[in-house]
Every structure is written in C-alpha cells, then in structure tokens.
Ligand binder design. Sequence first.
Ligand SMILES: [Fe+2]
Ligand SMILES: [Fe+2]
Length: 533
Amino acid sequence: MNEDLLYLRPNIQVEPLFDYWYAWPHLIPPATAARNLTERHIKIMDSYINAPQVHANAVKNPKLLGGPFIDYGGKRIDEIRNLREQTKRMRPHLIELSNAIASLDDILRTQAKGLSLQPLYNMVPDILKGYVELVYDLNHNASFRIIEPLLYRSRYYDRSAQSLMLSVLTGDDRPFVLSTPRLESDSLFHLQAPFEHEVVDELFRLKTVPRRWGEIKEMLEAPEASERLVHSFLTPEPSPPYSPYRGSGMRWRYFGHACILLETSNLSMLFDPVLSYTYESNISRYTYQDLPDSIDYVVITHNHQDHVLFETLLQIRHRVRNFIVPASSGGFLQDPSLKLILKNIGFRNVIELDQMESLEVENGSITALPFLGEHSDLNVQCKAAHLVRIGNCSLLFAADSCNIEPRLYERLYSEIGDIDVIFLGMECDGAPLSWLYGPLLTRKIERAIDESRRLAGSNCDQAIDLVRRFNSKKAYVYAMGQEPWLGHIMSLKYTDQSRPIIESSRLIQECINHGIHAERLFGKKEVFIEEIN
Ligand SMILES: [Fe+2]
Ligand SMILES: [Fe+2]
C-alpha cells in the first residue's frame, strides 16, 4: 500500500442506512421513522424469524416483488433476530413514539366528535404533548399536525441510527432493498457516520479529487481488519473529465427513470437524481461520471423514494448549489416536510416552492405547477410538476402527475400557454396505499380500500389530454422504473403485456398520429435544442 494519490472507484456502492435498513425519506422524520420501525421493520423481522422459508419462496415469486419479504434465502435467522433485539434495545424511544401516535389517533377517533378539541389536549400521550396541534377539517374530522421543526430537535431524531455501507458493485443485479435489512459481512465496510457528517462529502469528493492512502484511512477511521477491503475501493485512475455543454442553446440528457440533466452554457439543472454507478454493461447509460463539477439546481418533483434517493443525493451533495423541493402541507404525518428532511441530513440551500410559485434562474424560471393524484388520495402536498422556461423554450417535468382532473390543465393553460416539451410518467397501475403508507395507518385497512387507492400515474387518455392541452411538440414518457440499475428500489418489472407499457405505447402512437414527436425513454438519451432565444 504505497503513497499514490487515490480516487474512489466509480463502482463503489454506498448504501445509506437507518438501523441497517436502506434509508428512504420516511426514515428521517422522527414520527414516520418511528411508525416504519414498529410497523414495517420489526414486523418483517418477526415474520422472517417465524417463517424464513415463506420469505425465501416469496422473493422468488415475481408477483410478490417489492413485498414485505427478507431476501436471505431463509438463512441468517440469528443475525435478523439479533438486529431485531438490538433495534428494540437501542430505540425504545422510537417505539414509544410510534405507540403514542397510535394512541393519539385512537383518542381522536373515539373522543373528537365535533366539539372543541381543547379538552383533549390533556389526553394527548405525554411524550407528544407540545409537539402536536389537534385540528378538524371543515367536516369535523379530527386529525393532528406535528410541529416538525421541534420534533427534530428532540431525542426522537436520533442521528446515531444513520450510517453508510460501502461495497463493490459489478453489475445491475441489485436485490430489492426496502424489505431486507443489510447485514454486516466481510465484503462490506460500515462507515458509522450520520448523513450530515462532513466525512460523507469528503468520501464522495474522492471520486474527483484524489488523496493519499494515509489520509483516506484516517478520514474513514478504517480499523486494521478493514484496511485491505477499503484499499480495494480505491484506484489511482482518475475519472474521465466532464465536457459541459458550451453551445448557444440547450442540451438535456436522460440518465434513467425521472433523472434528467438540463444544461445551457451557463446553467445546469438536475431533476430527480437517481444515478447508475459506472461498470461494464451492455446497456449504455450516463452515470455519476457524466455530471458537471458544479450543479446549479437539483430539482425534486415529489417525496417518493424513486425521486428522492439519498444514495444519489448524498453522493452529489458537495457539488450542488441549490436544492428545489415542493412545499409540504405543514405537519401531517403522511406529508413530512422534504425541506426539513434534507436540512436535517446536512443539505444546505434547500428552497421550497409553493404551488404556482416561480424561481428566477439565468435567462428563465422554474415554476412549481400543481401535481394531482398518485398519492392514494392522501392529503400530501409535497409534489410539483416543474415548468422550466429557458429563453423562449418551455419544458414540463410532470413526473408521476396523474391527470385525474383535466380541468386543472385547462385552467393552467390559460395561465401559462403552450409547453414545448412534456416529460410524463405513466405508471398507471401503481402500488396500493398500504405499500408505502401502510405503517402510518393505525387501523387495519380494508382490502377494497387499499386496492382502490393506488399510487398510480396517468393512463393513455389522461396523458394525451395533457399533451394536447398544452399543444406540446414533443412528449417523452419517463419515470417508468425500467432501467435495470433501479431494481433495488423499484417493485416493477414490466412485460409487453403490462398495462403501463400498453398505455404508454398507445399514447406514443396517438401523438405520432397527431404530428407530435413522442417516445418512451429507456437507458440513455441526449437531445439538443438549438434555439432558445
Ligand atoms: Fe411517485
Ligand atoms: Fe415514480
């Protein structure tokens, strides 16, 4: 091990973890983290310990992809049991918080009948007192709002649960991570640091700025037993230099799913960052190596894990000047503030946009348009379809917006007029309510309710209405979760017979019939727009 200058290899997978579970946005706010800990993590571990073979069989069944099953082939039961016991031992306060939320829900269900809520404050579980406001909607349905900034300052926001797991990745075949905790092994290096820690940025700077082995070892506090492993993550080979766009128009590049980099000669914007590492593959793609050294804006459409991926966001944090996120509803359990999530894990310069609010950028603007649907009819406001104007060119990044109310777009059209290019997701089947939000519900949900309220995007008729409403010249179907490097977070594998594929193919044909350029993006795409003045 000599004293060469070394870089982090481009295929080092770095998984952000929360108590050994793959960290996604609901594992940061104390209230949603507590509910997921008791209602998802502990329940899945209980189930695995009782019937490991059921899990082993279920993960092989494509119909059950993304289900609550641990993917360890029915093995490693003792380790899962240890993790469960360690979780209970280390996080009693989160378990207490989760139970208090359930009790509060129960009190509101049984006691709040439309009369003043003031007497009920006495009944709020003690640990939640001062952290919640009790409220009715105008039909006298009671609920509570969490005073989120205060709860983050309490012992319920426990940074010690956060860490990073490093390993070598050689291909796209990553197992689904949201139902399987990561267990220690000889091929993994566990970096015990909260996400806000400066070592996180220092680690990822190593991809472009080399350092000596001695410094790196010290920075990562690698114990002697891990030295050989950590050294194998490094290389003296620099990454190829990045060529920024220098033309007088605009270039956009599709990185997979909803991730698009848009550049002019003096502006860069990256939408919903979800990036592939760099390794040999027969599917051509852009990777981390295809990012500018400095990104002016990262723009996020909504708070689902395929659009807010910490694994990518943490790796690029040090090179991003501003993060733009949609504003949340202010404390409802199902709609935690994305701004607070990012700030509490060390992101600076997070800007929230309300509906119809614009931010001026170089030679243009970003406007957060309303985004309906795709959230199981829950009151979730943290979602926006971003309209970007650069010069005279307009592009809409609609993500999973579902056109459940075409009148919205009629009204928007009278405000904003034509949109040149539309990017739209069409996951029109969508997972049921409980898949994502189940742990937040404190009463068992009827199957019919669960099945009817889905996380579904637009179908063909809804999509064509949107495209034609804005007289768009180009329509791109994206955010379909089909790139193989997303397998660890997506529970979707489509065939030609899958409805999202049939519906999006129909849309493309309809568009072409009407003289509109249309295609479904997959893997990689580069487009130049020459005229933007
Ligand atoms: Fe979504
Ligand atoms: Fe999505």
